[in-house]
Ligand binder design. Structure first.
Ligand SMILES: Cc1cc2nc3c(=O)[nH]c(=O)nc-3n(C[C@H](O)[C@H](O)[C@H](O)COP(=O)(O)OP(=O)(O)OC[C@H]3O[C@@H](n4cnc5c(N)ncnc54)[C@H](O)[C@@H]3O)c2cc1C
Length: 512
């Protein structure tokens, strides 16, 4: 796999010719804008221009923007963040600008280690996407799943994929904007099933209306989203709505399990289901991964592992007791009548509903902070029906009542700052000892290098937006393991760095 770096936009015909011999190539363009006038003479060049046109829809000036290209990746980086971006990626030291202020040592990246074998723990969207990102780079991966695939948070009948962003330049917004385009590109690249229905984010209260209006004002010609009136919204939806909203024409709904299945079918991925990882220990050379299948235990060895265990990530010893936030939730499915079947797009408001897929509509979801309940509950089913009746009474009326509870209950994994946990892991006890002084002064200037766990990574805590965030984070993990440039800006990589959670137990220890 090669990386081609351009200081300005390359000529499409020439680049297309280079790429035809190297389908796994990564193309990095350092530019603050998209080219205005590009033309191509060859068929391949024209196809590349088409690809750029498609990718441009999802580019909203993110400092680093990534989109899948053939079997590789296309990354557009703003010149202002380029040196910082290089500095964060160990393998690209030759491009680094040493004047960039040193990072906090626990938020840096360890030097990459030789990769011999990688184990991924968990076969939800994060695990499947991480395995796929590595397999695409010719690395053999074993995915270990304690149940069957997509059995936990990724097990909903339908999930919405769009970017629920704020009008402010937050890290969340940057991640969602980059991840949204990336996930849509991945669905296309792998020909995974999806409903190209668009998503309508309704003005369901004043705060949402103001947010939608502000977003539309910021970008009046956006191809990504448009403000629509109540009557336009009703036409788009095919049913009567009581408010307008923000229309995301490229938004889709997917069955997450179908995508996970496609990703895990890569020939370099080996899947072990009904196998639980009980413990991970390093023998000074490799990781010994203790697995249990039914009554039998066996040990796998690996140079690297990635924890993608969702709400159970901090039950595994490298992350034992790290402070995640767990939020229970349930979606409900029901069979529609004629009127409900008319729903043409996904609706998102105080809850969400997707158009019919495999004869059922999926709606919800409930939110229960600090909950560990994963059984389907009658009370949650009622809450989902009640919410739908308040919101879309005619549609709710036309769904057939369920004789027993139907849908999916699971735990979301989240964090105090609602950013995912993505990157390398330090050794907990040693980190707490090394950085102990932060307990008394959170700005204490400690320069000691982080005591890293060799080859240990995590990709989890995707909260309620994993379909938009997990695949791009999987790319970032693959880049970190291999020591090549990340598709994420350095501020985003630091913002999502796993070690922030443990260090926060020091800086906020008085708050409990
Ligand atoms: C009700 C509900 C509705 C949602 N709706 C949407 C939506 O519309 N759009 C959206 O983008 N997101 C939505 N989300 C959020 C999204 O589903 C999650 O962010 C995403 O599924 C998280 O994926 P994951 O792979 O991190 O975790 P999970 O899907 O939970 O996967 C973790 C896997 O790890 C396995 N595992 C754990 N421990 C071990 C171990 N020790 N050994 C082996 N395997 C282990 C588990 O069995 C599980 O399969 C929703 C979530 C819920 C709960």
């Amino acid at each position: 796999m090669s990386t081609y770096i351009f200081q300005e936009w390359p000529q499409a015909d020439q680049l297309a010719q280079q790429l035809s011999k190297d389908v796994q190539a990564e193309v990095v363009i350092i530019s603050g804008q998209w080219p205005c006038h590009q033309s191509a003479k060859t068929y391949e060049g024209k196809k590349l221009l088409q690809f750029w046109q498609q990718a441009k829809i999802y580019w909203q000036q993110q400092p680093v923007f990534a989109y899948p290209l053939n079997q590789g990746k296309f990354t557009l980086i703003h010149p202002e963040v380029y040196s910082q971006w290089c500095q964060y990626n160990a393998g690209f030291d030759q491009f680094a600008d040493t004047s960039v202020a040193a990072l906090k040592p626990w938020l840096q990246m360890p030097a990459p280690l030789k990769v011999s074998s990688v184990v991924i723990i968990g076969a939800g969207i994060a695990g499947a996407a991480t395995a796929f990102a590595l397999a695409q780079r010719n690395i053999s991966v074993t995915v270990i799943e304690q149940n069957k695939i997509a059995s936990a948070a990724s097990g909903n009948h339908q999930g919405l994929l769009y970017a629920k962003i704020s009008p402010y330049p937050t890290l969340q917004t940057e991640l969602l904007m980059t991840g949204y385009g990336y996930s849509l590109g991945l669905l296309n690249q792998t020909s995974s099933p999806k409903l190209n229905c668009g998503v309508l984010h309704l003005n369901f209260n004043l705060a949402e209306e103001l947010r939608n209006v502000k977003l539309a004002e910021q970008c009046p010609d956006s191809q990504l989203y448009q403000l629509v009136t109540r009557s336009q919204a009703s036409t788009l939806a095919g049913i009567k709505l009581s408010s307008g909203g923000l229309w995301w024409p490229h938004g889709v709904t997917i069955n997450p399990r179908s995508l996970i299945k496609v990703l895990l079918s890569h020939p370099l991925i080996k899947l072990l289901t009904h196998t639980r990882v009980k413990q991970l220990a390093h023998d000074g050379n490799t990781w010994q991964i203790v697995c249990q299948k039914e009554q039998k235990q066996h040990i796998l060895t690996a140079s690297h592992f990635v924890i993608c265990a969702g709400a159970q990530s901090n039950l595994l010893n490298p992350l034992f007791d790290w402070p995640f936030k767990i939020i229970g939730g349930q979606t409900t499915t029901a069979v529609p009548g004629d009127y409900a079947s008319n729903l043409r797009c996904a609706l998102s408001g105080s809850s969400y509903i997707s158009p019919v897929w495999r004869n059922k509509m999926c709606f919800g979801a409930t939110f229960h902070p600090n909950c560990s309940q994963v059984e389907l509950s009658q009370a949650d089913e009622q809450a989902n029906w009640q919410e739908l009746s308040n919101w879309l009474p005619e549609l709710a009326e036309d769904l057939k009542p369920n004789p027993t509870t139907q849908g999916h209950a699971a735990l979301r994994c989240d964090t105090y700052d609602h950013l995912p946990v993505v990157g390398p892991i330090g050794e907990s006890k040693l980190m707490l000892h090394t950085y102990e002084k932060l307990k008394f002064d959170k700005n204490y200037p400690i320069k000691q290098p982080c005591p890293w766990l060799p080859g240990a990574f995590v990709n989890t805590a995707h909260g309620s937006r994993g379909l938009a965030t997990a695949p791009i984070c999987a790319e970032a993990i693959a880049a970190a393991i291999l020591g090549v440039p990340s598709p994420l800006s350095s501020r985003l990589q630091q913002g999502m760095h796993p070690n922030r959670l443990l260090i926060r137990t020091l800086t906020h220890y008085r708050n409990g």
